[in-house]
Write a protein that binds this ligand. Structure first.
Ligand SMILES: *Cc1c(COP(=O)(O)O)cnc(C)c1O
Length: 456
């Protein structure tokens, strides 16, 4: 192709995806089923329906339909902020003086500032369809809570958010955005739930954790009439909704005849990475093309690179179904690093299985190196990235620098999941030289692994 690739590749409305892609349909060996924590048998749709919305349960259990229609109303909502730009990072390439061609898919172009809105709007839609009054959820760094608040206000649903205490205190503006959209925000652990009171009694000084906030939100959903629990990552339904990121990227790249060699994403619970790579992974699974996929996680919370592949609880309170995944143990309390959205102890079952099969790689990176990459990126590409997203930037820069050494002109695509305007504490710590790199010891991890449920 002689035509110069534009800085930003957009799609016309009519080119936008009308279906989500369900990568499980193309997996020979499927992810292991969710287990009921009481019986240790695979969860039935009926059991899951007590916690989750009915249609979302169907999607969660659907391993066979390759494509699932995006309802019209969701497509319309998407059109307000999608397609998200696919950017050729010419300026970064020049700065790095690399022969690599770098692209990023920027999901920070909406008020929530991240990709989470893609699934929030879908989940709110199905809750509304079911005639529910509202939904409960947890939020770590606050991006998911913000996205869900926006989605709920759009469909006139009540939104109750349990926000991990340290972020509640560190990010007051996130909280106010949520309240502006009408959500009710409670710091977790709280005294409003039984599980919260129990955790507080045991650990009165806790900063909270995602696993703990999940337990509270689930309890709230199951003890109020007309409420269900919704989750912003980890679940297969969330990866499904996020496949819109990968579908758009693929359509845009195909338009210009671009084929990525390496696709990179940060991994917290795995939803943006899973969504970005899905259609490409589908091609790899079907033997049509080959790509390298790299999951990037913080060295302080290294579920893929140092975790074990086992059944574990998804939450500290052990009320959620058990999932087979790469995990650090549900009791693992990561140090209070600044990439709040990547502090989950486990990983998507789909990505865990793909990783276990050797179809995806994983690397872990340290916090200060991540912020160095964030700063470098902000200075040349103009976007102030979220700390979470900056994990992917760090890895993309590393891969581009390898190309510089070898002279290879590889094409790199990475997910730029969001903006970092609410993370200026973290940037402040970095700018002041106060940022540290905490890496858990093997002993610490082993202590957490010892508490894993014993299931074969
Ligand atoms: C939540 C979040 C992540 C991590 O979540 P995944 O489910 O792993 O995608 C990454 N980046 C941003 C900006 C986030 O808000």
């Amino acid at each position: 192709m002689s035509e110069k690739i534009p800085y930003k590749i957009y799609l016309e409305e009519h080119e936008m995806p009308k279906q989500w892609y369900n990568v499980r349909a193309d997996m020979q060996k499927k992810p292991a089923p969710l287990l009921n924590p009481a019986t240790l048998q695979p969860c039935t749709a009926e059991e899951l329906g007590n916690v989750f919305c009915d249609e979302l349960v169907k999607q969660e259990l659907n391993e066979t339909d390759r494509y699932i229609d995006i309802p019209e109303e969701i497509q319309e909502f998407y059109k307000m902020y999608r397609p998200s730009p696919l950017v050729r990072a010419y300026c970064l390439e020049k700065k790095l003086d690399t022969p690599a061609k770098i692209y990023y898919k920027f999901e920070g172009n909406n008020t929530s500032g991240s990709h989470k809105l893609n699934s929030a709007i879908a989940q709110a839609y199905y809750a509304k369809q079911q005639g529910l009054k509202g939904v409960t959820t947890e939020t770590g760094a606050g991006q998911w809570g913000t996205a869900l608040s926006m989605a709920c206000s759009y469909f006139d649903l009540d939104c109750q958010v349990y926000m991990v205490k340290c972020s509640y205190e560190q990010k007051p503006f996130r909280r106010e955005v949520m309240r502006t959209y009408g959500a009710n925000v409670t710091p977790s652990p709280s005294t409003t739930t039984e599980v919260g009171r129990k955790i507080l009694a045991e650990f009165p000084d806790t900063n909270g954790s995602l696993g703990c906030a999940i337990s509270e939100a689930v309890e709230k959903a199951t003890t109020q009439d007309g409420y269900r629990y919704v989750l912003g990552s980890v679940l297969s339904q969330v990866l499904l909704h996020q496949s819109v990121i990968g579908m758009e990227s693929k359509i845009a790249m195909d338009k210009y005849g671009i084929t990525p060699d390496i696709i990179i994403g940060c991994a917290g619970g795995g939803s943006n990475l899973g969504g970005l790579i899905s259609p490409f992974m589908g091609e790899k699974l079907r033997g049509e093309k080959d790509y390298r996929f790299i999951a990037v996680e913080p060295a302080s919370c290294p579920s893929l690179t140092r975790g074990v592949y086992a059944y574990d609880f998804c939450d500290t309170g052990k009320v959620c179904p058990l999932q087979k995944m790469y995990t650090l143990g549900s009791g693992f309390m990561p140090s209070a690093n600044h990439a709040g959205g990547l502090r989950y102890h486990g990983m998507s079952a789909v990505l865990s299985e793909l990783y276990d099969q050797g179809l995806m790689e994983a690397v872990s990176v340290e916090q200060t190196a991540v912020f160095e990459a964030a700063q470098q990126f902000a200075r040349v590409e103009g976007i102030l990235p979220a700390p979470e997203s900056s994990h992917a930037i760090k890895c993309a820069i590393d891969e581009a620098m390898k190309c510089k050494e070898t002279g290879e002109e590889k094409t790199i695509l990475f997910g730029l999941t969001g903006t970092g305007y609410f993370d200026m504490y973290a940037y402040g710590a970095y700018n002041d030289g106060r940022m540290s790199d905490y890496i858990p010891t093997d002993e610490e991890l082993q202590k957490s692994f010892d508490t894993l449920p014993k299931i074969d």
